[in-house]
Design a protein around this ligand. Sequence first.
Ligand code: SF4
Length: 364
Amino acid sequence: MGKSMTDMVDSLEINGILPDEEMRELLKFRNKEITKYIFDKAYAVKEKYYGKNVYIRGTIEMTNYCKNDCYYCGLRRSNRFIPRFRLDEDDIMQFCDSGYKKGVRTFVLMGGDDYSFTENRVSKLISMIKDRYNDCAVELCLGERPSETYVKWFQAGADRYLLWHEAAGENYFRKVHPPDMSLLKRKQSLWELKRIGYQVGSGFMVGMPYQMVANVIEDLNFLKALEPHIIHLTPFIPTAHTIYESERSGNGEMTIYLMAILRLMLPRTLITADPALENVMADARKKAFLAGANEVFASITTDEIKEYYNVYNKKLSRRNTLGDEVSKMRLKIEESGNIAPSDKGDYNFPNEQETLYGKVHNIM
Ligand code: SF4
């Protein structure tokens, strides 16, 4: 007799991996009972390594210019319908100040691949933030850059780097990216960021056009091999003025289910509940906190900037992101029975980590 679904989940928890055929069953035959079983296990594992903590990451959307043209993204260079903006250093420091007062201890500098934020300019910015807030982490999400630039930014004090792999298989990657983008380069960048010593974040969208179960298994296996410190999954949201604007959204329940699977595959990982979840399911982030997610993004900029950056045309998400997002997120975290400490909330390293550039992370 074949293994039951609960046996597969138990085996996933013990071994951190499943044979592809069993993972396929877990994904294809998801039901209420197995969902509850895996969510409860994922929450218990998250509690073991991080207690009740769910960390709020203060995002600063610095630029919505991008040199790339990913088929699914509203910031793609060929979208002529969104007003473009770039923040200056004074604005960014002001947002850090107000975020810090609200208890934020990680500043995420986000943007498209915008080379007007040069290596030197970003280095100076990182140093300014770290000089003013030495108890805070700086997380970068600025796309693909040369290895020397990653090193410079790390040496300036950046702690983390987010770079979504988006699609681990070549054929599928090609379906959602233009020919001038390279999966190999994306994967090499991720390994390089790890080698330098960053806490690295990666992930993919759930329910993208053309995505098959086999693609998702490939993505899970890639993340298992990479062992990123942060995992960021979002449901696919069709966005106006993109190639896939008329497609259906990804499924919120499936996205959270995959987060729970990843919590069992990589127990110490920080798993982000993305604001996009609220586009497809009410109170989705609260549900994600109960399925092993333990960090969340909250913009610390203005409603106007959020509007130009968050280009999904959905009211549900807008309602959740307007105004003081940090206080709203703190409330949601507390309603889920967790707490939102004013703590930079690094990855739970099992041992000291010697990195290429000599940085040694804390042992927790
Ligand atoms: S997904 Fe990233 S790299 Fe691609 S167009 Fe959007 S912002 Fe640019």
